[in-house]
Design a binder for this molecule. Structure first.
Ligand code: PEP
Ligand code: MN
Length: 295
């Protein structure tokens, strides 16, 4: 096995035979494409911002208006939610078809493109009417029939890395999408599980090393989601800056007007004021170090 690559479970042979479409053709090869007018893989570092869950129409309209004004490029939010436990009080209820409709209203009203999660193929036609990017959640990263169905729509796809998966597994999932002729595939690092070492401080550990590791072998853009990775608002700011510093091609942030009132994962969203300050700092860092822009 040739251990030329830092993702040590990936060999040169793997690159050629297992993910010929995801693998870089040469050192400089990088996917460049636009989604709803936003460039990926170029001089922009797009920001995805929004609540964990599309809780209500009023919430998503308020968030869309504010994150757009602050400078985010995409509105995020799940109407279909893969929650870790099945028990849902009224507050936790997924908003499902209603939530998708509200995302559509927010998209039109505030002219902001939308990314939202797909959990079941049967809802794809409805979600495709609204979503500019389909999100494959970490829990579905190896749900190949779902990835194939989403990819076949030719809508851009974001594949979140499962918290237990290797780079090799992650690229395998991307290859399932690419093989359908869909070239607008984005990868998203969202923190990995830590069995022992880090457990006392965090549920997940942000794997920023995977950014340069993945960029060395794949041409696909890599977004980092420090909200899910840290699971803890006070750490989001520094880890978002660190995501930009790692060379990430985009950053996903959970944003809520009243973070402690968020229906899902209330410990991790930042508020509008924090988003504003963070975007400014990420932009300064991106400009000064990488000659890129966040805004
Ligand atoms: C999300 O982004 O809303 C989400 C559920 O993320 P993950 O799949 O990474 O847990
Ligand atoms: Mn979540």
């Amino acid at each position: 096995m040739d251990n030329k690559f830092p993702g040590k479970d990936i060999s040169l042979e793997d690159l050629k035979s297992k993910f010929p479409l995801a693998a870089k053709k040469n050192k400089k090869h990088k996917s460049k494409f636009t989604i709803a007018g936003v460039e990926f893989g170029g001089n922009k570092i797009p920001i995805f911002a929004g609540p964990n869950m599309v809780e209500s129409k009023s919430l998503i309209l308020d968030v869309a208006k504010n994150v757009k004004k602050i400078g985010a490029h995409f509105l995020r939010g799940g109407a279909f939610k893969p929650l870790t436990f099945p028990y849902r009080s009224k507050k936790y209820n997924e908003t499902r078809e209603d939530g998708i409709k509200w995302l559509g209203i927010a998209r039109e009203k505030f002219n902001i493109p939308v990314i939202t999660e797909v959990m079941e193929e049967k809802f794809l036609p409805m979600i495709c009417e609204v979503a500019d990017i389909l999100q494959i959640g970490s829990r579905n990263m190896q749900n190949y029939p779902l990835i194939t169905a989403c990819a076949k729509t030719q809508k851009p796809l974001m594949i979140k890395r499962h918290y237990g998966s290797s780079l090799r597994d992650w690229l395998g999932s991307a290859e399932y999408a690419l093989v359908e002729g869909n070239h607008k595939i984005i990868l998203c690092e969202r923190g990995v599980s830590v069995a022992h070492t880090h457990r006392s401080t965090s549920r997940f550990l942000i794997d920023l090393q995977v950014v340069p590791a993945a960029q060395e072998i794949t041409h696909l853009p890599i977004v980092v989601d420090p909200s899910h990775a840290t699971f803890w608002r006070p750490w989001v700011h520094s880890m978002a800056l660190a995501s930009v510093a790692s060379g990430a091609d985009g950053v996903m942030l959970e944003v809520h007007p009243n973070p402690s009132q968020a229906a899902v994962d209330p410990l991790q969203p930042i508020n509008y004021k924090e988003l504003n300050s963070l975007i400014k700092k990420m932009d300064t860092l991106a400009q000064k170090v990488f000659k890129k822009r966040v805004k």
